[in-house]
Design a protein around this ligand. Structure first.
Ligand code: FE
Length: 248
């Protein structure tokens, strides 16, 4: 089972994380799923691969009515992000999936039909959820060529997909980054190799530093909060990405 933790709650507006799973098979990369709710309607970000669907759905549904989920936000097209799509659609065929227009004919290979994908234009834009308006924030080439993050200005939370991801040892149970310098060692190799464009990365750092962010929430590894958010953005700005590294 995965751990479900409420990250933010104000009236009928909330964020939950379905956090990485200590019981998960070692051959699968661990993931975080986020569930945003407003006025009884919910969205799940990067719901994960089909292999982990039972763990995600089961853990979440223990204390949450998953029928509230009417949409998915898919930061990009990878299998660990959205290959569970057909299983979510079996649960709710009316479910819609926000994703880059670039992937609108690719993601349906995981399931759905011509109605399922709501394509996001390159510049991103607002996404209504219940009473709140979320923002799809462009993060192209970080790492996918059509890639988005999701900002909630009310909760001051930015979901960042693979940006901020760290490949932590299974023995590290911390939900939040506790010691930035130690943590970031587990993120460095990943960012150098996976993030495809230094120019896109610097653009993203400018964009992110203009947002008010209390929590930066990646799809893999621990979450950044407080001072560690700005620390991460500055660390990322100074990192040279799009290189294969010394040992490869
Ligand atoms: Fe990916």
């Amino acid at each position: 089972m995965k751990r479900v933790v409420t990250l933010y709650e104000q009236g009928d507006h909330s964020w939950r994380v379905v956090a990485r799973d200590p019981m998960k098979a070692a051959y699968l990369i661990d993931t975080n799923e986020y569930v945003i709710e407003s006025a009884g309607v919910a969205m799940i970000t990067d719901p994960g691969g089909q292999e982990i669907f039972p763990a995600v759905f089961g853990s979440l549904s223990a204390d949450f009515d998953s029928r509230k989920i009417t949409s998915i936000f898919s930061s990009h097209q990878d299998p660990d992000v959205i290959s569970s799509l057909a299983l979510w659609l079996a649960f709710n065929p009316k479910l819609r999936c926000h994703a880059s227009w670039l992937w609108s004919q690719f993601i349906p290979h995981f399931g759905g039909d011509g109605e399922t994908i709501l394509p996001l234009p390159d510049e991103g834009g607002p996404i209504q959820l219940g009473r709140i308006t979320l923002q799809a924030v462009p993060a192209h080439y970080l790492h996918s060529s059509g890639n988005f993050h999701l900002y909630d200005p009310g909760a001051r939370i930015l979901f960042t997909g693979d940006v901020g991801a760290a490949l932590l040892p299974a023995s590290d149970p911390n939900l939040f980054v506790e010691d930035f310098d130690t943590h970031i060692r587990h993120a460095e190799g990943f960012h150098r190799r996976w993030m495809g464009s230094n120019e896109a990365k610097n653009d993203w750092c400018d964009r992110a530093s203009r947002l008010e962010i209390d929590m930066l929430c990646p799809q893999h590894g621990a979450l950044y909060r407080g001072q560690d958010v700005a620390r991460f953005i500055e660390w990322f700005r100074s990192l040279k990405v799009g290189v294969t590294g010394k040992r490869r």
